[in-house]
Design a protein around this ligand. Sequence first.
Ligand code: ADP
Ligand code: MG
Ligand code: ZN
Length: 609
Amino acid sequence: MDKYTIIRKYFGHSTFRRGQEELIDSILSGRDCLGIMPTGGGKSLCYQVPALLLPGLTLVISPLISLMKDQVAALEKAGIPAAFLNSAMDSDEYRRICAGLRRGEYKLIYAAPERLENEGFLQMMCGLEVSLAAVDEAHCISQWGQDFRPSYLSIADSLAKLPKRPVLAAFTATATEEVRQDIIRLLRLEEPSILVTGFDRPNLFFDVQHPKDKTAALHALLRERRDRSGIVYCATRAKVEQVSAGLERAGIPAARYHAGLSDEERRQNQDDFQYDRKTVMVATNAFGMGIDKSNVSFVIHYNMPKSLEAYYQEAGRAGRDGSPADCILLFSGGDIATARFLIEHGSGNDALTPEEQDAVRQSDMQRLQAMADYCRTGQCLRGALLRYFGQEAPESCGSCGNCCGRFVVQDITIPAQKILSCVKRIAGKLGYSVGKALLIRTLRGGRDQRLLSLGLDSLTTYGIMREDSPGTIRSYLEFLEEQGYLETDPQYGAVRLTPKASEVLFRGKKVEMPVREDRRREQPAEKAPSGDASALFSVLKALRTKIAQQEGVPAYIVFTNAALQDMAARAPRSMEEFLAVSGVGEVKAARYGSAFLSAIGEYLEKEGR
Ligand code: ADP
Ligand code: MG
Ligand code: ZN
């Protein structure tokens, strides 16, 4: 039998997809390989076909039990003898499969990397003819990637103990150079043929929406997709609970999935979704690595993920069968603060030194920035994704939210003048330029240590854009840069004026920015404080609760939420500044001022400002 007969006979496909044939040929010729294909690109076939053509056994190393189970079930259905071994199965079952292996009954055996560290298992494998070892989701070996699994690091050592080293084939959807090098080095691939297929998924429609009310937007999107199956990703378990409960109340049948549920419930809910008993799955990113439900026709992100890598992987679970599918991201400025919090407070990787952990966190922050830029761009979204993954892309794809969206022109001459003149004044005062973040804080009247110590609060442009959210100002900045009024120093990230800026500053040139119609209304909305202000807000709220309890009054009597928010944003340090907080009159200032001021002072000191 040849490979063409096999895909027809066992898998029912008439042709190979991009890259599959090359990878299969490489394996069959005995050469190691690394296959990099997008999610849904068809990586499994690349080792399943050789498994049937090579003598002996193919060992598939795969990170997740649920994934193994599904794949083995699918292979069995196709008439291919396969099995998996995992720690969760009872000993009878385990023994039965080992006996089958010794009798040479299986062509493929799936196992988690931890299994290879087990002496008994390795010994058994030494007695078998293993022709091919396929490492799926190979990016798990890299500490730079999303889903680092320490046990992946021991794969190479374990395989070296086999009497004959099998051909080694690694597969991943993660394309970054760092991760690629880690895979080759740590798996000890020998002169591997490396194949990177294009990352485009032409059947996916990408969109980013900036709704005022995410719940309403989500319900509307789901009502338009009543009978279709899809996934709604949320950033946290709590959000999953909240969103799925809301859908239940609205009569939209939704299952939920996150790491806080019992194994039993997760299995049940995944089944409900897999078998279309419930059409919508609301989940954290714990759901999905390797799920192969080919009729997922939309993936909606209720929150922005931490990186474009994560986003593309999750969104890519839509439309695996090749039919049109939607990938919609519901963005709000608060998502950035949440993602930043998750990065800062995420469980560190114990295998790394503190310095390395810092480096990982820093590259996480850079990835977050790229993700946020994607959410705010007015350019082709598909192009933005492809270029991020190192692939060239045309200016416009004609089938994403930005290419198809309706744009209206917004006159931003006034904010542009404010921004440019602030850049000019900062440079005038300091003799050098500063980065975007500090520039934005200056425009919004921030009170952090760095800003104050540079004396930027004495500029006339200090605080002239208080009313605009940081996200809005950033989008103006990016547009001004695109239009050549500003430039960023590639080394230090400092933002400078270009000669062209004087047209706007002194010659009355109008600046018009295209804004997607459905995004225009969002602008100053960001009511809830984000980032620093949000942490301080929690501190202030706790103090308010304590005072309210002591005085036996409801909390809002002490200060309203709005007052606390303004207080958090301004972070007053003196009684005079405290009085400027909206909702603070003289009586309240006299009564509560010292308590709140000392709480704020303590907070700022702890933050090192
Ligand atoms: P990946 O692991 O790269 O994310 P999978 O191996 O799970 O992707 O394959 C995704 C889907 O593509 C599966 O539903 C599979 O049946 C289908 N598929 C794979 N190869 C082909 C092919 N040559 N022709 C048609 N469909 C294919
Ligand atoms: Mg896969
Ligand atoms: Zn486009």
